[in-house]
Design a protein around this ligand. Structure first.
Ligand SMILES: [Zn+2]
Length: 118
């Protein structure tokens, strides 16, 4: 049951058509078409899927004047999806505190690989 929801989530996020186009457009592709797709998937996953930030923008007022405010306790949903740590970020404008669960669930990556046929 849980695996199916990971597959649905992965399928909704991976731009398969775009990655296939990039694989075909590569002037020096891998000999196996699936290997080339995986290379494109890894580049996308590392370079486009994630956005790296030092602190979270405020979800209440939109300010980027936030500071790291320590760690919090993971709630039930955080733990269900593998988050053992929750970072806290505080807005210096409106004083809101935002939670950022650090997920550590390898099942999502495994499903991505399964989805692509590896
Ligand atoms: Zn704020």
């Amino acid at each position: 049951m849980l695996i199916i929801s990971y597959q649905q989530l992965a399928r909704s996020k991976v731009p398969v058509a775009t990655l296939k186009e990039r694989a075909k457009a590569n002037p020096k592709p891998m000999t196996d078409e699936r290997d080339e797709f995986i290379i494109q998937l890894l580049h996308w996953f590392k370079g486009e899927f994630f956005k790296w930030v030092n602190t979270l923008p405020c979800s209440r007022c939109g300010s980027d004047k936030t500071v790291h405010a320590g760690v919090g306790v993971p709630n039930e949903e955080d733990r269900r999806y593998g988050a053992g740590t929750v970072e806290l970020h505080k807005c210096t404008v409106c004083q809101s505190v935002m939670r950022f669960p650090r997920y550590n669930d390898r099942a999502l990556f495994a499903v991505l690989l399964e989805y692509t046929g590896c």
